[in-house]
Write a protein that binds this ligand. Structure first.
Ligand code: KG4
Ligand code: ZN
Length: 356
C-alpha cells in the first residue's frame, strides 16, 4: 500500500469509468472518487429478456454498438474533455469474457491515444466502492455485505486496499437464487426486481429451509433454498391445485435476505466495526434495505447504503474504485487482458492489481 494514499477528497482528480462486464454498457466521470459528474447506462436487458437470461454473444455486440456513444455522452455531460482526465478506469473482470473485452480494448485505445494512465478495476471491488459515492465522509474500516448475481459475502474492509473475506457462499449466490425463483414462477427477466414486486402481495406461508441461520460462521448456502422453491412449485403444479405465487416470492425473499442482515451485523459486532455497508444488485432490494435500516438503528451502527442505481452495475462505482488505485499509483499497461473469473480472495487481496 502506498504510504501517501488517504481517503482525502481530491476533487481535481477526474476519473472516467467504463463498465461492460454483463449486459450494461456504462460510462461515467467521477471527481475525487466521490462526486458523480455524469452517469450513462445503456442496457441490453430487453434484448435478453426473451431468452430468460443474458446471452453473451448478444451482450458483446450490444457493447460494441454502444460503448463509443456512452463514453462520449459521459464526457459531454460532465463537461470535460479527454485532456482533462486524470485516468481511464475499466472493469477487467470478472464477467462475460467477450463483453469485458469490448470495454478493456476500448479503454486501452482511449488511454493510449489520450496519453492518460490506465487503471484496471475488479468488478467486485467496484461494488464495495459504491459506498464512497453514497457518503462522501464514508471511510474504512467498515463491514460490507456483497450480494450480487455472482457473489454473496461478508467482507471486512479494513482500509481502502485491505479487505478480508469473513464468509461467502458455499454454493449459489443470492442473486442467482432470485433469478431461479423468478424463472420457476414464470416471472420476467431480470428476476430480482420481479420477485420483489410480487413478494409485496404475498405472505410468509411457505415452509422453507433455515438458511444456516446461527450456523456456518459467516458462510451462506443458497442451493437448498433454491431446490425447496423449485420442489414446492413443481409439486403444487403436479397436484393441479391452486397455490400463491406471491406467497412463494414473499417466503423465499424473507428466507434469502434475513440471514444476510443477521450475519452482516454479527460480523460487525464481533470485529468492533461501527459502520456497515452493502453493495451488488441484491442490495437494491427494498425488503433488504428496510431490514438493514432497522437493524442499524437497533444496533446503533452507521449504515451507508448506495442508492439503488449504484447497487446494480454502473460505471460510477468503477470510477470510484479507479480513483483509489489512481491515488495509490497502481496503473495497468497495454498488456491488460480481460478475465472471466477471479476467485473472491484474489480479487480482494491488497495486491490484487499485481496479481492481475
Ligand atoms: O450486481 P449486479 O447488477 O450484477 C452482478 O455483478 O452480478 O447483480 C445482479 C443480480 C441479479 O441476480 C438480480 O436478479 C439481482 O442482482 N437483483 C435483485 C434486485 N435487483 C437486482 N435481487 C433482489 N431484489 C432486487 N430488487
Ligand atoms: Zn455487478
Amino acid at each position: 500500500m502506498n504510504g501517501n494514499h488517504s481517503g482525502a477528497f481530491d476533487g481535481n482528480a477526474l476519473i472516467l469509468g467504463i463498465e461492460t462486464s454483463c449486459d450494461e454498457t456504462a460510462a461515467s466521470v467521477v471527481a475525487g472518487g466521490r462526486e458523480i459528474l455524469s452517469d450513462v447506462i445503456v442496457s441490453s436487458a430487453a434484448e435478453h429478456a426473451r431468452f430468460g437470461g443474458v446471452v453473451p454473444e448478444i451482450a458483446s455486440r450490444a457493447h460494441t454498438d454502444a460503448v463509443l456513444d456512452a463514453v462520449s455522452r459521459a464526457l459531454d455531460t460532465a463537461g470535460v474533455g479527454l485532456k482533462d482526465l486524470s485516468a481511464v478506469a475499466v472493469t477487467y473482470g470478472a464477467g462475460l469474457l467477450g463483453a469485458l473485452l469490448v470495454g478493456v480494448s476500448f479503454a486501452k485505445a482511449l488511454a493510449y491515444a489520450a496519453e492518460k494512465p490506465l487503471v484496471a478495476v475488479n468488478h467486485i471491488r467496484g461494488h464495495i466502492a459504491a459506498a464512497y459515492l453514497a457518503d462522501r465522509a464514508a471511510e474504512p474500516p467498515f463491514m460490507t455485505l456483497l450480494a450480487s448475481g455472482g457473489h454473496t459475502a461478508i467482507i471486512h474492509v479494513k482500509s481502502y486496499e485491505e479487505h478480508e473475506v469473513l464468509g461467502s457462499t458455499l454454493d449459489d449466490a443470492v442473486g442467482e437464487a432470485f433469478d431461479k425463483t423468478a424463472r420457476v414462477l414464470g416471472l420476467s427477466y431480470p428476476g430480482g426486481p420481479s420477485v420483489e414486486k410480487l413478494a409485496r402481495e404475498g405472505e410468509n406461508s411457505v415452509p422453507l429451509p433455515k438458511m444456516l441461520k446461527g450456523a456456518g460462521g459467516y458462510d451462506f448456502s443458497y442451493s437448498g433454498l433454491k431446490t425447496a422453491v423449485v420442489n414446492y412449485v413443481h409439486a403444487a403444479e403436479q397436484r393441479g391445485g391452486a397455490y400463491s405465487k406471491a406467497d412463494v416470492a414473499h417466503s423465499f425473499q424473507r428466507a434469502a435476505l434475513e440471514v444476510l442482515a443477521d450475519k452482516l451485523f454479527a460480523a460487525a459486532k464481533e470485529r468492533g466495526v461501527t459502520t456497515v455497508t452493502a453493495g451488488g444488485g441484491v442490495a437494491a432490494n427494498g425488503y433488504l434495505r428496510d431490514l438493514l435500516g432497522r437493524r442499524a438503528e437497533r444496533e446503533k451502527m452507521k449504515l451507508v447504503l448506495p442508492e439503488k442505481r449504484y447497487c446494480t452495475d454502473n460505471a460510477c462505482m468503477i470510477a470510484a474504485e479507479g480513483y483509489i488505485l489512481y491515488r495509490a499509483g497502481k496503473f495497468a499497461d497495454l498488456t491488460l487482458n480481460a478475465k472471466a473469473s477471479i476467485p473472491l480472495k484474489n480479487a480482494l487481496a491488497a495486491d490484487a492489481n499485481a496479481r492481475r
